[in-house]
Design a protein around this ligand. Sequence first.
Ligand SMILES: [Zn+2]
Length: 345
Amino acid sequence: MRRITAISCALAFVVGVSPAIAGECANPNALGTSRTLVIDSGAHPRLGAMQYSETLPLGPHEVVLTFDDGPLPPYTTRILDILKSECVKATYFLVGSMAQHAPELVRRIHQEGHTIGTHSLRHPLPFDRMPLAQAEQEIDGGITAVGAVLSDPAALAPFFRFPGLGRTSAAENYLASRSLVTWSVDIVADDWFRQITANEIARRAIQRIEARGQGMLLLHDIHPATALALPTILKELKARGYRIVHVVPSGLGRPATVTDPQQWVMRSGRARPTAEATSPSVSPRQAMPSQAPRAKAPIGRGQSAQAETATPACNSFGLIAAVLAFGCQNSTGHQLSLTPNRPAS
Ligand SMILES: [Zn+2]
């Protein structure tokens, strides 16, 4: 037994997983996490089929879950509960100012084995119209803020996602110079849309995953509708034979997963997002992941999320909105920077 334990610990170290990941799943019917994909941040600096020529080297029926804009109770809490019950590991892109207001949730995300990247300090929009110096401050500020909450540099992955996917070549080059991987997205579920229901989020997520056959899914853990939709999404993924992949960065004692370079390349033969997946039903100016959650009431069973779904509009959001006011005030002028299936120039 002692030998088995020693081997298990050694394996956990080699693949770089935390005890939370290595532990057994208490739910025998859980979706689970099928494998850990270790990526080298220097080898593939930009990922995501919607904007780049490379994306994660996933196999058929493999899905990576990502959550942006949090943490924000009670929705982040609820989503963590769901992921835990299904033994699913995800990647979070945290906003620095949000992390400062909910440090206990940041620590919980880490303790439960999820990957933590960053999403700027204050989520200003439009990110792609800011001077580079300001973009750099936002990038660095987010990393500093989240890192301070975690108080462990190794706990923070060198992963970054632009607010509103507002990329610029200059900002991408800055990220690459810091060995940070820029994450875009393969599949969206429109969970930031005004008045979208939980059922519709789940329907779009599953439809678009099915159309593509695999991919990195973008969700937001600040929206009640997303929390309500997540159980259905996970249930449908399992029923349809999909597997969850957990992505972590390579590092000391954690070599990158061996892959073929062609696995990272978007190819014309691969299924791509449908027209619906890349053509929001609202105008591009509305089609923004909002950093301004309209948190009102705890999630209850059967509760309609429609009335509480976040909106890009900037109104009474209380303290968090005040912290994020810069981005909120500017969000109405944002042009969505999605360039579906076209490599970044
Ligand atoms: Zn965002």
